[in-house]
Design a protein around this ligand. Sequence first.
Ligand code: BDR
Ligand code: CA
Length: 351
Amino acid sequence: MTGRLPMILDVDTGIDDSLAILYACASPEIELLAVTCVAGNVPAGRVADSTRSLLELAGRGDVPVALGAERPLVKPLETTEETHGPRGIGHAELPAPTRALAEQDAADLIIDAARRCPGAVQLVTLGPMTNLALALRREPRLPSLLRGWTFMGGAFRVPGNTTPTSEWNVYVDPDAAQVCLAAWASALTVDSAVPLPLGMGLDVTERARILPVDVTRLARRAGAADADADALTDAATRMHPRGTVRANPLLEFIVHALRFYFEFHARYDGFYGAFIHDPFVVAGAIDRVLVEVRPLFVDVEVGSGLAHGMTIADWRGITGHAPNVAVAVEGDAAAFLDRLIDRIGGLAGGR
Ligand code: BDR
Ligand code: CA
């Protein structure tokens, strides 16, 4: 251990997962121990390929990548290539990974890391919570063994983005989300020192939007020539990055991945830009100053019907259950976006 915060990211890469991985790679406060993969935005095998290739492109081919669950605990897998592109990375293309996957599966890797350094490892889940649910089945003491768990998931006081009531990560595997939240609830009854998981749902993550003008800022930060960076703001020239942008493969990846995400949000969310949920969650896990939380009891509706996959928070303490999640209710999206541009732009500039 290095004095930095040891972190494991669990991802379903995913355009915003890609940015989250890059944000983690660019953050001096953390030691990225491993990235574990789960089926969600695209099938798990594709997640594992893109994740390894992206880490290699970012100069972090040393970070172990483990394959995890290929399907949710109970329901059949649904994926969303429409949102993230056929390979999960939008219009971007990456060379095939050169390094093998970790020998352990995702759940075992998480358990081993937590057991090796009890109270040290921060787990951040950015996809369906299937891997963590499987790990909890094998090691029920995980809530006490981890330093903490931060998740992207849920829509607490806002509409869902997948059904009117459900956010994507929870919708894909509501049973896993329920298992994880219940595990923390029960661990907290035994040991009140167990930290509440930080839950960042759409309430705050949809405040973090990236626009073409921000991609221009990021390109400048990466050292692209002003004219080449400015061309990224222009609809006519954005598709074919110029000179100093094209010469930087990591920057070019970001531009082409985000272009797909922008087109999706223009179709469904009414703006040409994108919500960047997952990197905001990594940023919140690293620096809690970025979010304001309310401790609440949270459960998930797993039955069929309109509320399937809904995260239900007990805002008024009606159930009498003790809080099991620190639900993010405010988030400093502007400060986060500045950090993202500075960090990922700096990382791309150093490649
Ligand atoms: C979440 O769903 C996925 O599509 C994104 O990667 C993010 O983790 C937002 O609802
Ligand atoms: Ca994700």
